[in-house]
Design a protein around this ligand. Structure first.
Ligand code: HEM
Length: 245
C-alpha cells in the first residue's frame, strides 16, 4: 500500500510511472509497425496476422485494457508533473533559462501529445470500430481466403483455406484518400518527435544525460525515431504512390 502511495504521491514516483508506461507504449507502436509492414508481403501475411490477433478473444481485450491503462497513466502523470513544475517555477526566480527551456519542451510535448491522441481516436474509429470510412471497413469487404498457412515463431496459427477479414484491402482503401493519408503522415511525424523528446526525458530520469556516451546515445535514438517515421510513412506513402495495390 505504501509502495502505491509513494509511487503515485511523489514526483519521482510519477516520473517513474511516465517512464515505464512510455516504454510499454513504445513497445506497442514498434510491434504494431513491424506487424503493419507485412502489408508489403503476400496478402496472407497481414490478413493472417490480423486474424490471429482477433482470435485471441479475451486475451486481446486484456491487452487492450492494459494499453488503455498505460495511455491514461502516461497522460495523468505528464499533467500532474507539468502542474507541479509550473508551481515550482514561482519559487525559483533565478532559473530563468531552465524555466524557459522546461516551458518550451513541456508545451511541445503537450502539443505533440494532443495530436497523437487525436490521431489514435481517429485511427480506432477508422480501423477498429469502422465508423470513419464504413465503406472500406474490413467487415464490409468480401472475405479473403488464406492461400497458405500463417506461422508465428514456427507455429501455424492460421491455416490455408480459412476465410478471414481482408485487413490489407481495408488499409489500402483507407489510405487511398489523400486527406486521411496526409493526416497520418503528419501525426506519425509528430509521434516520432514525441518519442525523440520523450527519450531525452527518460534519460534525464535515469541519470544518463551527463554520461560520456550521451551524444552517441542521442544519435542512436534519433536514427531509431527517423526509421520509425519512415516505416510508418511507407504505408500511406506506398498507397499514394501506387506501390501498394
Ligand atoms: C501507417 C501506419 C498504421 C497502420 C497501417 C495501422 C493499421 C492498423 C490496423 C489495420 C488496425 C486494426 C487491426 C484489426 O483490428 O484488424 C489498427 C489498430 C490499432 N492501431 Fe494502428 N496502424 C498504423 C499506425 C498506428 C500508430 C502510429 C498507432 C499508435 C500511436 C496505432 C495504434 C493502433 C491501436 C491502438 C489500434 C487498436 C488495436 C486493437 O484494436 O486492439 N496505429 N492499426
Amino acid at each position: 500500500m505504501d509502495l502505491v502511495r509513494n509511487l503515485f504521491g511523489s514526483t519521482i514516483g510519477r516520473k517513474l510511472i511516465m517512464a515505464v508506461t512510455g516504454v510499454v507504449l513504445i513497445g506497442f507502436v514498434v510491434g504494431h509497425l513491424v506487424g503493419n509492414l507485412q502489408v508489403y508481403e503476400n496478402p496472407d501475411r497481414i490478413n493472417g496476422y490480423a486474424h490471429f490477433l482477433q482470435s485471441l478473444g479475451p486475451l486481446l481485450w486484456a491487452v487492450r485494457a492494459f494499453l488503455l491503462g498505460c495511455v491514461t497513466l502516461h497522460i495523468w502523470s505528464a499533467t500532474v508533473l507539468m502542474l507541479e513544475s509550473r508551481r515550482a517555477r514561482g519559487d525559483e526566480p533565478y532559473a530563468v533559462n531552465r524555466w524557459i527551456q522546461a516551458a518550451v519542451s513541456s508545451r511541445y510535448m503537450r502539443g505533440t501529445g494532443y495530436v497523437v491522441l487525436a490521431f489514435i481516436l481517429y485511427h480506432l474509429a477508422q480501423f477498429t470500430v469502422g465508423v470513419a470510412q464504413p465503406a472500406s471497413f474490413k467487415t464490409n469487404l468480401p472475405h479473403y481466403t488464406m492461400g497458405s498457412d500463417y506461422h508465428i515463431a514456427g507455429l501455424t496459427v492460421v491455416r490455408a483455406g480459412t476465410d478471414v477479414l481482408d485487413v490489407r484491402s481495408m488499409v489500402i482503401r483507407g489510405f487511398a484518400n489523400p486527406v486521411v493519408s496526409v493526416f497520418y503522415i503528419v501525426a506519425v511525424g509528430l509521434l516520432s518527435l514525441h518519442l525523440l523528446h520523450g527519450a531525452d526525458s527518460l534519460f534525464q530520469t535515469l541519470g544518463w544525460r551527463s554520461q560520456r556516451w550521451e551524444r552517441g546515445l542521442r544519435v542512436v535514438v534519433t536514427l531509431l525515431c527517423a526509421a520509425y517515421f519512415l516505416g510508418n510513412l511507407a504505408i500511406p506513402g506506398g498507397v499514394l504512390l501506387g506501390m501498394l495495390k
